[in-house]
Design a protein around this ligand. Structure first.
Ligand code: SAH
Ligand code: SF4
Ligand code: F3S
Length: 486
């Protein structure tokens, strides 16, 4: 039985004349059924099904949370859609940089207009941005048409909040400062049938001085290995062959568990799951990357040879002010060891340009690391001031034109090196996990190599979700054109 079908059967057994049970997840199941009853009434009144849309901003954690939110909406009887004009709109927001924030306000204005045309429309906001008090104040004042606001710590309660919002005309707001609670066994509607994100931990304890994530995602909490394994086994039964283990710093996994388990040990357990083909994870903090992990990666048949290892800056002076807890030399030593132990490893990174006080010399150190490590690719970000973080009140903010110039120089270098790194696989035959039909040319399919590089090759829909050996004929910079080998 598929996970969703199993869920339907569980909901079937609930009696709504009983009060909502106090314990989780049973309580949320009761509210899902209650929501379904309310949605059914409304839908009969309107003579059509009700639709819902979840739009995600930000990282893969948010993508995974959105799958859970969609699962709950579906259990409540909504038909999921990508249409902007749905009856229920939920924005799962991000606040890591200011432009993520601005995007949400821009779209909210537009949604307000749509709601005037469709009085049945409900608008809900959740995610990282909602954990900031000034954001919620602003929405209460300037976007009064919003029906429901909740944060990152009580996502599991969405069914209960949905019922409140359906039964009330006023704006429902429920934000928690932090939590130590992890609620298992809620439904999810996956975006892909063959791959899935899996949370292994929540929150972050690192407090890098520029970063807002620890404030909006709370303290670090690891899920128990048994719960993670059970979830992955369920996913595999449901057709998943690739998982992406998610955490802000997966290398510190397990530190708060009663029975301590290291990330490397967890990986070894996951490796044993039959039918699972590929294991990815993100993000690794360089300060906590153990030799044990390198060893496990080296000998694993399933862990992809790709490591995302955020550098942030190449200057030891800035790294100290950023509170990253490693120096340029330590970072280079670590990447050197990784390259020696796992020669075909693909290394990617995140870099911030224009952190307060960054001098040209600091920036040169960053370029130096980029050259020495030779990343396969890198996400480059312009520093964004986040209220409440230590860096926001540092006085020596770097002028915009200086940042822009550095950013362009960095991007040019990163792309030049990335292109060269990618081309090294030309002529090899490697397995590709096919993800979808190519958007531009429907005679092609698109998939990914173990190291995350994209490959397009002639094929058809029957290949989706399968690992196919592909001869990499032509490197086009950041992707390959290939041919299936039978
Ligand atoms: N936990 C992950 C990163 C999560 S945020 C880690 O530590 O690696 C993703 C990336 O956003 C970070 O790696 C960083 O490069 C960038 N970032 C975070 N805060 C930022 C800020 N205030 N301005 C610009 N970029 C930022
Ligand atoms: Fe932010 Fe640092 Fe935590 Fe990553 S490790 S989420 S950059 S505070
Ligand atoms: Fe953004 Fe929250 Fe992720 S701030 S980057 S969505 S953890």
């Amino acid at each position: 039985m598929s996970a969703l079908k199993e869920y339907e059967a569980q909901l079937e057994a609930i009696d709504l004349t009983d009060p909502a049970p106090p314990q989780e997840p049973e309580r949320q199941r009761w509210f899902m059924k209650k929501a379904a009853e309310l949605i059914k009434e409304k839908s009969q009144e309107l003579g059509r099904p009700l639709t819902a849309r979840v739009k995600t901003f930000g990282c893969q954690m948010n993508e995974r949370d959105s799958e859970k939110l969609r699962g709950i909406l579906e259990a409540a009887g909504y038909v999921l859609t990508e249409e902007e004009n749905a009856d229920f709109i939920l924005y799962n927001t991000c606040t890591v940089r200011e432009n993520a924030n601005l995007k949400v306000y821009g779209r909210l204005g537009y949604l307000g207009g749509l709601k005037k045309q469709n009085p049945h429309m409900m608008i809900a906001l959740c995610g990282c941005m909602m954990q900031e008090a000034e954001v919620v104040d602003k929405i209460q004042k300037s976007y009064r048409f919003v029906d429901l606001i909740f944060g990152t710590h009580n996502i599991y309660k969405f069914a209960e909040l949905l019922v409140s919002a359906l039964q009330n005309d006023r704006m429902i707001i429920d934000i928690w400062k932090d939590t130590d609670k992890i609620v298992e066994d809620l439904p999810a509607r996956r975006t892909y049938s063959f791959k899935s994100g899996v949370n292994i931990m929540f929150g972050c304890n690192n407090f890098c001085s520029y970063c807002i994530v620890p404030y909006v995602r709370g303290r670090e909490r690891s899920r128990r290995p048994i719960d993670i394994i059970r979830e992955i086994e369920g996913l595999v039964k449901d057709g998943v062959v690739e998982v992406m283990l998610l955490g802000q710093n997966v290398n510190s996994y397990g530190k708060n568990l009663e029975e301590r388990v290291s990330f490397a040990q967890l990986l070894q357990e996951i490796e044993k799951i039959q039918g699972l083909e590929r294991i990815r994870f993100m993000t690794s903090h360089p300060k906590d990357l153990s030799d044990e992990l390198i060893d496990v990666m080296k000998h694993s048949k399933k862990i992809c040879h790709h490591l995302h290892l955020p550098l942030q800056s190449g200057s030891s002076r800035l790294l100290k002010i950023m509170n990253r807890k490693y120096t340029k030399e330590q970072y280079l030593e670590l990447t050197g060891k990784l390259r020696r132990e796992i020669p075909d490893l693909s290394l990617t990174t995140d870099i911030i340009v224009g952190f307060p006080g960054e001098t040209e010399e600091d920036f040169q150190e960053t370029l130096d690391v980029v050259k020495k490590v030779a990343y396969d690719s890198a996400f480059t970000f312009i520093y964004s001031k986040r209220t409440g973080t230590p860096a926001a009140v540092m006085e020596n903010q770097v002028p915009e034109d200086v940042i822009k110039d550095r950013f362009d120089r960095l991007l040019t270098l990163v792309q030049e090196i990335g292109r060269e790194r990618s081309s090294r696989l030309q002529g090899q035959t490697l397995p590709v996990l096919v993800e979808h039909i190519n958007e531009q040319d429907e005679t092609l399919v698109t998939g990914r190599l173990d190291n995350n590089l994209v490959v397009h090759f002639p094929g058809d829909a029957s290949m989706i979700g399968k690992l196919i050996n592909v001869h990499l004929t032509d490197c086009k910079g950041f992707y390959y054109i290939g041919e299936a080998v039978r």
